[in-house]
Design a protein around this ligand. Sequence first.
Ligand SMILES: [Zn+2]
Length: 138
Amino acid sequence: MSEFVTLEVHTNPWDAHITRGLLESEGIPVLLQNEHQVWANWPFSLALGGVQVQVPANALTRATAILNRRNSGEYQQEVFDIPATGMRCASCGGTRFTRDVNWGQVVLALVTLYWSSVIFPPRKGPMKCADCGGRPEA
Ligand SMILES: [Zn+2]
């Protein structure tokens, strides 16, 4: 069993778990140190040195390379490159879609924010073809 070394430190467990998920999806085992102490007592995070993402020392080089790819935006581009599977525009047959702004929901969110000081985020609008503005086939 290899010794675990700290690869990255986060002040909150959510970010540490996102990094853990990425590394584990690439086959690298991960330990999160101080996670439960931070969940139980949030202000202790800085005093404990944050939530530490630890990997085996023999996987450190590979894990660092994965985080460098993440930091360069490589994974983000892969997410944007995923095609909308199974959807085609009814007008032109295109496969690229965007979302319409649902102005009624935006106005409702602003009114409720003004009226009750509570934010209800507006729902996403319907999909429309990025090429011609048509709707997807049913
Ligand atoms: Zn279209």
